[in-house]
Ligand binder design. Structure first.
Ligand SMILES: Nc1nc2c(ncn2[C@@H]2O[C@H](COP(=O)(O)OP(=O)(O)OP(=O)(O)O)[C@@H](O)[C@H]2O)c(=O)[nH]1
Ligand SMILES: [Mg+2]
Length: 389
């Protein structure tokens, strides 16, 4: 079999697929007339070729995104999301050039159990912000759904009112690959949106359990949306997730549910007494709203603005951003080293024996690690030696 050439991988091939991921690309139709060229009757028809979409240069991306051109922004995000190594370098150059324009938006994360009303909330809240003159971007982090392309893709068609707002940009999750990969792409997407002039970024977590901490680590304000019936085993919400939240919002406070929502709000408020606050110098409270009836949204926005004011004055806002960017660097190093180690041919060759030896009790786990790391070091040193010659 010929050596696998990574540069030939189409950019949409999922990261986790190995070289055996197979596809064939068929020649497309250039023009409507293309399909009838074999027909003698039409052989003289002048075939006007459709212009191909111009391939953007790094400067085109930078200029277009800076100008707030949403088409170019979408294309730049596609470049960031590409898994092709040849795109990685260009994407990073675009980001690098845009970096001075980033960081000015307020980043808000929204989580909650499935069906809590996150998407409905984002649609209503986003519309309200657009009406106030804000430029809003809606993103999602969904490492779970590689098949459907992420439920926000469905939401994009569902968030019809919001997607019609000229000041709003909705982007489905880069749903392919590991959580680490998805997180990198989402963070970089967020930076691109900021560079294009968005001043509020709403990030929805999709998929239960894994993505909350990741989204918390990329936003300033984190909101947990809950439903009534707080006593019912907390609806599967772990205390840990409540401890990430800067606000707990009881949604669906409308109609017959309003009274129950008031009770739930009280119960959650009491619970906040027992949890560690997510942000130093900020007391997490419980609120209520109806995403459907669009009530309580303005009040929530006021809470968020107050949060921004307080944390900016105390320096907590800036410190958190700095911690976030440093831990982002660390997690990327972790991921890189992890891949380097586990994809090393020597390690891959030795792993089954070492695994069995540990399982049989012939060597201790620590011994196994020492041996593997030594083999890895030697392999890297040999590679350096060869490359140096
Ligand atoms: N009565 C009432 N219904 C609501 C409200 N907000 C959302 N809903 C309904 O609740 C259902 C779920 O809403 P979504 O916005 O899709 O919930 P979600 O949290 O995004 O769900 P997933 O994306 O599947 O996790 C929909 O049928 C909404 O119409 C509300 O404030 N009041
Ligand atoms: Mg949703």
């Amino acid at each position: 079999m010929p050596e696998h050439d990574d540069t030939l991988r189409p950019s949409w091939v999922p990261e986790e697929k190995d070289s055996h991921f197979a596809c064939s690309v068929m020649r497309g139709i250039d023009t409507a007339a293309n399909s009838i060229t074999d027909n003698k009757e039409y052989s003289d028809v002048a075939i006007k070729k459709m212009p191909l979409r111009k391939k953007l240069s790094v400067e085109d991306y930078v200029e277009g995104v800076s100008r707030g051109d949403r088409m170019v922004l979408a294309q730049a995000i596609t470049l960031i999301e590409s898994n092709a190594p040849k795109d990685f370098d260009r994407a990073q150059r675009v980001l690098q050039a845009l970096l001075p324009r980033t960081g000015k938006a307020l980043r808000i994360g929204i989580t909650g159990v499935p069906g809590a009303g996150k998407s409905t909330f984002i649609e209503a809240f986003g519309q309200m912000l657009c009406r106030q003159g804000c430029h809003v971007a809606v993103l999602a982090v969904d490492p779970t759904s590689s098949i459907t392309g992420g439920s926000i893709l469905g939401d994009k068609t569902r968030m019809q009112m919001l997607s019609r707002e000229p000041n709003c940009f909705i982007r489905p999750s880069p749903s392919k690959g590991t959580l680490g990969g998805v997180a990198r792409k989402s963070r970089e997407t967020m930076l691109l949106c900021e560079a294009s002039g968005c001043d509020v970024i709403l990030v929805e977590t999709v998929g239960v359990g894994q993505s909350e901490t990741t989204v918390r680590s990329m936003v300033d304000f984190f909101m947990l949306i809950v439903l009534t019936g707080a006593g019912d085993d907390l609806q599967g919400i772990k205390k840990g997730i409540m401890e990430l939240a800067d606000a707990i919002v009881v949604n669906k406070a409308d109609g017959d549910n309003l009274e129950r929502a008031k009770v739930a709000q009280g119960e959650y408020e009491r619970m906040t007494e027992f949890i560690r606050p997510a942000t130093e110098g900020w007391k997490t409270h419980a609120y209520r709203c109806s995403a459907l009836k669009k009530t309580g949204l303005l009040e929530l926005w006021a809470v968020i603005r107050e949060f921004e004011k307080t944390t900016k004055a105390s320096g907590v806002f800036k410190n958190r951003r700095q911690d976030q960017v440093l831990s982002w660097v660390h997690s990327m190093i972790d991921e890189h080293l992890h891949n380097l180690f586990f994809n090393d041919p020597i390690i891959m060759g030795r792993m089954p024996d070492v695994r069995n030896a540990v399982l049989d009790g012939r060597i201790s786990p620590s011994q196994a690690v020492t041996e593997l790391i030594r083999a890895f070091d030697m392999d890297r040193a040999a590679m350096h030696h060869l490359n140096g010659k």
